[in-house]
Design a protein around this ligand. Structure first.
Ligand code: NAP
Length: 323
């Protein structure tokens, strides 16, 4: 089946939108890329980066004649975007998105989908803590999962075409129910972000003296939390506003398990702590063997080369720091 589209319209051109533009172009999946966003500055930046062929602040104009439309804005903007584009969507087109939450997206958009348009929500499980048009790169989706959550009314041929588009950009694709997606993502992505925001927030509230030492010694674990807690505030605000039930359900379990750990620390229960940490180490190893993480020390990060020593030696790592 052809995974080629005549005109791809991207509404929102931040990290994910620009990565789709670059990957789709590099793989020759589309003839024309049309880009719409909210702010003139962002549109100008996208144009300077050469991400598309058509640039507009009018989302309806961007989707006219498009056979694939992908909404790439924060989830909170979807309803307004949909009201703007609905009258201009072409019959036969596929409408998709990349939002990190799916149940809310289906509830918000489904009633607004015009007849003849196939609505196939999507979520690439790939990202960084960077935002905006210049943050994108064509390899972002390589080896990463993309989840599609088509409703029962969607023609399977359309779903397969969209799945093929994502596969051609390097993703592995799986379809599932929107509610199931939200539960899985609550624990694998949303709660870890909440924990990171919380721990970094706690540090921000410490007295200045302790705070400076936390920053100085951050390589001992805290650094990974700061990277996650640097993620886009608007996007993550919308995730917690729109996946509330699943997040609260998983947060309940998380709090119970934290209480068990807290008790083990308080009572000096070494065997309980060791058993827990052994179990979690096995989970990390299974993630590595599933190809979703690198087994290299320090997650494969490149480290700043240290100052040249007086006696020359061969360096193990070179180049820049982690992204
Ligand atoms: P981003 O880099 O902040 O980009 C968001 C884009 O949306 C910007 O171009 C912004 O343009 C535009 N936008 C915001 N409000 C808009 C509106 N009302 N109308 C039109 N455009 C609007 O965000 P991102 O990281 O690409 O995330 C986009 C979506 O992908 C989100 O729904 C997020 O849940 C999902 N996602 C993100 C990640 C990740 O790791 N970042 C991973 C998977 C999925 P202006 O500058 O013009 O406002």
């Amino acid at each position: 089946m052809s995974v080629h589209f005549r005109k791809l319209a991207l509404i929102g051109i931040g990290l994910i939108g620009s990565s789709i533009a670059l990957a789709a172009r590099r793989q020759g999946l589309v003839e024309v890329i049309s880009i719409a966003t909210r702010k003139q500055d962002t549109l100008d930046e996208a144009r300077e980066l050469g991400l598309g062929d058509i640039y507009t602040l009018d989302a309806a104009e961007a989707v006219r004649g498009a056979d694939l439309v992908v909404i790439c804005t924060p989830v909170g903007a979807y309803e307004g975007v949909m009201q703007a584009i609905a009258p201009a969507l072409e019959p036969g087109a596929i409408l998709s998105d990349v939002g990190s939450v799916k149940g809310h997206v289906v509830k918000t958009l489904a009633p607004l989908i015009p007849d003849g348009v196939s609505f196939i929500p999507g979520h690439p499980l790939a990202g960084t803590e960077h935002s905006g048009p210049s943050a994108g790169f064509a390899e972002l989706f390589a080896g990463r999962w993309c989840v599609l959550t088509p409703g029962p009314e969607v023609d399977p041929i359309k779903t397969e075409k969209l799945a093929g588009f994502w596969r051609a950009m390097g993703s592995q694709v799986e379809s599932m129910d929107a509610a199931h997606h939200d539960m899985v993502l609550a624990i694998t992505s949303h709660i870890p972000h909440l924990v990171a925001y919380n721990i970094v927030g706690t540090v921000a509230d410490l007295e200045a003296a302790t705070q400076s030492e936390v920053i100085k010694f951050s390589a001992s674990g805290f650094r990974d939390f700061t990277r996650i807690a640097a993620s886009d505030p608007v996007m993550w605000r919308d995730v917690f506003l729109t996946n509330r039930d699943a997040v609260l359900e998983m947060l309940g379990r998380f709090s119970e398990d934290l209480s068990i750990l807290q008790r083990a620390v308080r009572t000096g229960d070494g065997p309980a702590l060791e058993a827990m940490f052994t179990r979690t180490r096995a989970i990390r190893r299974s993630i590595i063997s599933a190809g979703q993480e690198t087994a290299a020390p320090d997650f494969g990060r490149q480290h700043e080369a240290p100052p040249a020593p007086e006696t020359p030696f061969v360096r193990e790592h070179g180049g820049g720091d982690d992204a």
